[in-house]
Ligand binder design. Structure first.
Ligand SMILES: [Zn+2]
Length: 289
């Protein structure tokens, strides 16, 4: 997906709630080394709050390695210093079980990010057809829904300039419709490009639960789902393409994403039939249909 702007004004209270609704299953001893397998420059500090709504109050973080904004407690607990290793994550399912991967995670000419000097796609694009039902990849709590979701997206730095620009030119409508879910394990799932969503902020969802319809809102050449995964506790970062930063006034960095394939179950081999929800009514189609 392509990133654009962000809300601040309404974001702070909600963001505080979002942070409060944050990871509940974290182990303080979790290793962090494997989190950003696509190595990026470590950012200053490990402040998880920088990924939340207070990003707008953390100016200068991306610019000179300055310390991040004040650390917010999570329900009175001190923030955890590291992200859990992806290898410890369980319970993930394919959000579009029959989807085709149309753009993988990693170095990619069309990516909006820069990692180690190369353009990079920070999620997994999966496609079936417009209007297909997308399920949650993991159980969790819905943190944000709609187009004003950037405070929950792990930006490092102030969101205020991009919000000002969006407000001034009324550009919110060009953004993708997104859902961000706290997976309850120290990670957040990002789902983008919905045509319509069916969940609300604060709603508890289970893995596989229907959350919205596949669409092409935002910058998309066709209907698909962009699925991203990151830990607010990660200390690595991805750069945003300089031309996108210049145009959108978004921060130059986001918290590093991980490859969703590290946590999703294996795909069926090509040609393997997906399990049918109603096998008895599924006649064998001719090979050409
Ligand atoms: Zn994408």
């Amino acid at each position: 997906m392509r990133r654009h702007s962000v809300p601040i004004a309404l974001g702070v209270l909600l963001a505080a709630a979002a942070i409060a609704a944050g990871p509940s299953l974290l182990g303080a001893s979790s290793p962090a080394g494997a989190v950003a397998q696509a190595t990026a420059t470590p950012r200053a500090g490990g402040d998880p709050s920088a990924s939340g709504g207070i990003a707008g109050s953390a100016p200068g973080v991306a610019g000179g390695g300055a310390q991040t904004a004040a650390v917010l407690p999570v329900h009175g607990r001190p923030p955890l210093p590291t992200a859990p290793s992806p290898s410890t994550l369980t319970g993930y399912v394919w959000p579009l079980p029959r989807g085709r991967i149309t753009n993988g995670f990693g170095p990619n000419y069309y990516g909006d990010n820069f990692v180690d000097g190369v353009r990079f796609h920070d999620g997994l694009d999966i496609a079936t057809f417009c209007g297909d039902r997308i399920g949650a990849a993991h159980a969790g709590v819905v943190l944000a829904v709609g187009r004003k979701v950037d405070p929950w997206m792990g930006w490092i730095g102030s969101l205020a300039p991009s919000v000002t620009r969006r407000d001034k030119y009324n550009l919110w409508g060009e953004l993708p419709i997104v859902i961000v879910i706290d997976d309850g394990n120290g990670y957040r799932s990002i789902y983008a490009h919905f045509s319509q969503t069916v969940v609300k902020v604060g709603q508890v969802v289970r893995a596989g639960q229907f959350i919205g319809y596949e669409g092409r809102t935002g910058y998309a050449t066709g209907c698909h789902l962009h699925y991203g995964l990151f830990s607010p506790y990660a200390t690595d970062r991805f750069g945003l393409r300089p031309d996108v930063v210049k145009r959108t006034k978004l921060p130059a960095f986001e918290i590093a994403r991980i490859n969703p394939l590290l946590v999703l179950p294996p795909r069926p081999a090509p040609g393997t039939k997906s399990p049918s929800p109603n096998p008895s009514s599924a006649p064998s189609p001719s090979p050409s249909t």
